[in-house]
Design a protein around this ligand. Structure first.
Ligand SMILES: N[C@@H](CCC(=O)N[C@@H](CS)C(=O)NCC(=O)O)C(=O)O
Length: 212
């Protein structure tokens, strides 16, 4: 198989795709899109994703370009035959929690990161709003993980791979304390110990090809 081409950067959304590639064992090559220096606005990258965001994958053998991490994860699940839920009902539940990440977890923690860490003016109302919303979203995840082992059932899958990198970013960069969320904490530790997750987190690495 021709390696899948992964266009990415060291961020939670990028890590979803690299962790999934590591978990499935599909061959891939990395292209670094330095979003801190504007690579995502270059014509070569915009031709892949007009929405100027990483991650993007190109699957040369299938002549397919896929953008949006949720679409990338479900594409790679089908492509590899790994993490494809067995029944229609299981597929629907996996999709539900995958979309919960895309609609709530990522945007909420992303905005908190922006206003708490990067904003030149720290606006207490805005930071407070996203801190409250972060606590609400983490509480939802903790409640669900109190009922079963993983987000969409008893086995690890795409909804977990979609969500874990953002919880990791919350813990590492935003002062999120998982002590208040014991079920989420148990899930976070278990997934973080997976070798494929550790390998995926190290992507891109120094020396990976820059995006053309
Ligand atoms: N909904 C998108 C979000 C992707 C996203 O926000 N990527 C960020 C990095 S984590 C990015 O490329 N930002 C560059 C920019 O906005 O210019 C996904 O899930 O793939």
């Amino acid at each position: 198989m021709t390696p899948i081409q992964l266009h990415t950067y060291q961020t939670p959304n990028g890590h979803k795709a690299s962790i999934m590639l590591e978990e499935t064992g599909l061959p891939y090559q990395v292209h670094v899109v330095d979003i801190e220096h504007g690579d995502q606005h270059k014509p070569g990258f915009l031709a892949l994703n007009p929405n100027n965001k990483i991650p993007v994958i190109v699957d040369p053998d299938q002549n397919r370009t896929v953008v949006e991490s949720g679409a990338i994860l479900t594409y790679l699940a089908r492509r590899s035959g790994h993490f494809v839920p067995a029944s229609e009902e299981d597929r629907q539940v996996a999709l539900q929690w995958l979309l919960f990440q895309a609609a709530h977890v990522g945007p909420t923690l992303g905005q908190l990161w922006n206003y708490k860490v990067f904003a030149p003016d720290k606006i207490p109302y805005v930071i407070g709003r996203f801190e409250k919303e972060t606590a609400r979203v983490l509480n939802v995840l903790d409640g669900e993980l109190g009922k079963r082992g993983f987000l969409a059932g008893d086995s690890y899958g795409v909804a977990d791979i979609m969500t874990w990198p953002w919880i990791n970013a919350g813990v590492r960069h935003l002062g999120v304390d998982l002590g208040a969320y014991p079920h989420l904490g148990r899930w976070f530790e278990a997934i973080g110990a997976r070798p494929a997750v550790q390998r995926g987190l190290a992507v891109p690495a120094l020396g990976d090809a820059p995006h053309a």
